[in-house]
Design a protein. Structure first.
Lengths: 375, 226
């Protein structure tokens, strides 16, 4: 493997930042009681503003593929190479515009790139790490000189009242079952992108990829963040698509007790990396940890402190509170803000962590900041 | 820079935490525990759980006492702790027997049922380890077994009672452990700090924890093979 460098990043967050009191102008109103519960969720997750790709009337110019392409377009406005030099594209998302084909085809088309190699990763937040790892290995192996990794989400479209009304998940007072409620107030839209090259940038800092590690614990956890099933049955096993919809099979759901049971497993994975000498808590200068809500961060901090693997809180880098939880785009949005922060110094260590509650997995990536290469 | 003794102790805490988390999160794949967590427990499952645990609990205070007798004067503090622990727990199996009868089990079976394959392995390992000179690594084994009481016994009792509707008298063993093992774990932290001065000592403690966790799991798996 030859060294690989993250040389440029980009992002696209559609529309203006939406404050908490205007959320329902975009995702709609279910009932006064549902709105009251939403305000409670917002206090727990701590998110102050987020972005939505759909306006108050439910109109949109966007698809998840176009959001991904817009983030890549933003990247190429800053990258030192043009789109024609990219020969590998990996994408990450939770739910593509279509079930078939994959998102990478859609982003490829929307970007207008010439024929190239693609890989579509579909999971939840950690699909971002899968796409980044694919691009790292593709460039590192010498198969490509430049690879693009894109993460994009457009989840707000599933949160509108029409996606719940008439299903078994809505109670008489217009509220949702808790497993459907949580994500409605937590997820929002956007996309991010990262360019990986076989050489560092000539201007500005680059991040040399040291390693990327992903590990699934689906052997011991049931599905936790789900869409496409109801009562444990895949939507396609219902007699008709209409019956699956009425049973609530198409809703995004989050099983919160199971999510909390995953936290120790994620922390233990960090302990494994420490024990194997891949990272030491006190040598991390920037810790980019994707977490879905402020309350979960507090819980993770408590656990990590007890286990002696706490990265000091002043080294945590987050944009959750302003940009929201954008699922598979979040890793790229964090990297983009860090790269543009003007605070990176050569030699610094960056550690990124992306836990995923889908069926329990976690990805970590370690980078070293390198200075501009002057030819 | 952290001193080597602190580093060793941190490594021991980390290794124990990883062992525990891997053990606990993996228990859902043990058939009987899967049924308990999934709301599909049958009365005979709970009876078999009690009967199988009894055989190991009887041995528990015996191996701790043997371990105490293998600790020399340089480990007097640890020896006191082991002895107190053995005294505190050496009649716990009686609670289990009462629970078994309250759950409708046949009292004649409690003393005559042999250990299951996993309990045999667990017991043999414990007595072997306890017979070594200064077996401080056994703190790792205690960590796992105490952890079961501290972290799992009470939720298991809740889940089983909800599913089976048995009276409180059928759950006193699990509830007693859920309520009491918190103190044991504080004591454990102090004991670990006494015992782990080097990396080698840390690795020894963690190795004992891993073997014990694996064999305890085997014991639970074997309940369905009885």
């Amino acid at each position: 493997m030859r060294p690989v460098f993250l040389t440029a990043t980009g992002s696209h967050l559609p529309g203006p930042p939406v404050p908490s009191d205007a959320i329902e102008d975009h995702i709609g109103r279910l009932s006064p009681e549902a709105s009251r519960r939403g305000r409670y969720m917002l206090r727990k997750n701590g998110i102050r503003t987020r972005h939505y790709a759909m306006d108050a009337q439910g109109r949109t110019e966007w698809t998840v593929a176009r959001l991904g392409a817009a983030a890549a377009g933003d990247l190429f406005r800053r990258a030192e190479i043009g789109t024609e030099r990219v020969s590998f594209l990996a994408t990450a998302t939770t739910q593509n515009d279509m079930m078939v084909p994959g998102l990478a085809s859609g982003v490829h088309a929307a970007l207008g790139l010439p024929p190239l190699e693609i890989a579509s990763f579909q999971s939840v937040c950690a699909s971002a790490m899968m796409a980044l790892k694919a691009a790292w290995l593709q460039v590192g192996s010498g198969g490509h000189e430049a690879g693009l990794a894109v993460g994009a989400e457009f989840s707000s479209r599933y949160f509108r009242p029409g996606f719940y009304e008439g299903t078994d998940a809505v109670a008489a007072d217009g509220t949702l079952a808790p497993d459907a409620e949580f994500l409605r107030w937590t997820l929002s839209d956007g996309a991010g992108a990262a360019l990986l090259e076989s050489r560092p940038a000539a201007r500005g800092p680059s991040l040399r990829v040291e390693w990327i590690s992903l590990r699934s614990y689906a052997d011991r956890f049931p599905p936790c963040m789900t869409a496409g099933a109801a009562g444990g049955a895949p939507w396609s096993h219902f007699p008709s698509a209409g019956e699956a919809a009425r049973a609530g099979a198409f809703m995004l759901r989050q099983d919160l007790p199971t999510l909390h049971a995953m936290l120790p497993v994620w922390i233990a994975e960090l302990m494994r990396l420490i024990d194997e000498g891949l990272v030491a808590a006190d040598e991390v200068d920037w810790f980019l940890c994707h977490y879905s809500a402020h309350s979960l961060r507090e819980e993770m901090v408590r656990l990590a402190t007890r286990a002696g693997c706490m990265i000091p809180e002043e080294r945590w880098f987050t944009n959750l509170y302003e940009k929201g939880n954008v699922g598979a785009a979040s890793l790229y949005l964090l990297l983009d803000d860090l790269m543009r922060s003007g605070r990176l110094e050569p030699g610094q260590t960056v550690l990124a962590a992306v836990p995923e509650s889908g069926q329990c997995l976690i990805g970590f990536a370690r980078f070293t900041v390198v200075e501009a290469r002057h030819d | 820079m952290t001193d080597p003794r602190t580093e060793a102790l941190e490594a021991a805490h980390r290794g124990l935490a990883r062992t525990w988390i891997d053990f606990e999160s993996g228990l859902a794949t043990v058939p009987l525990i899967g049924r308990l967590l999934g709301g599909r427990l049958r009365l005979e499952d709970y009876r078999r759980l009690l009967l199988n645990l009894r055989q190991q609990v009887v041995e528990g205070s015996r191996w701790i006492a043997r371990a105490a007798s293998s600790l020399d004067a340089a480990h007097a503090e640890l020896r006191s702790l082991f002895l107190r622990h053995a005294v505190a727990e050496h009649r716990d199996y009686l609670l289990l027997e009462q629970n078994y009868v309250a759950a409708g089990g046949d009292p004649a079976l409690t003393a005559t049922t042999p250990k299951n394959v996993g309990s045999e392995a667990l017991s043999a390992w414990m007595f072997h380890a306890a017979g070594q000179p200064n077996p401080t690594g056994l703190l790792g084994a205690m960590f796992v077994i105490e952890g079961l009481g501290e972290r799992l016994a009470a939720p298991w009792a809740e889940a089983a009672q909800r599913q089976l509707g048995l009276p409180d008298e059928a759950f006193t063993f699990l509830r007693y452990h859920g309520a009491n093992d918190g103190d044991h774990l504080d004591m454990f932290d102090r004991a670990l700090a006494l015992a782990v001065a080097t990396r080698e000592a840390a690795e020894d403690v963690v190795r004992h924890a891993r073997v014990t966790a694996r064999l305890y799991r085997l014991q639970l798996e074997e309940i369905d093979h009885g």
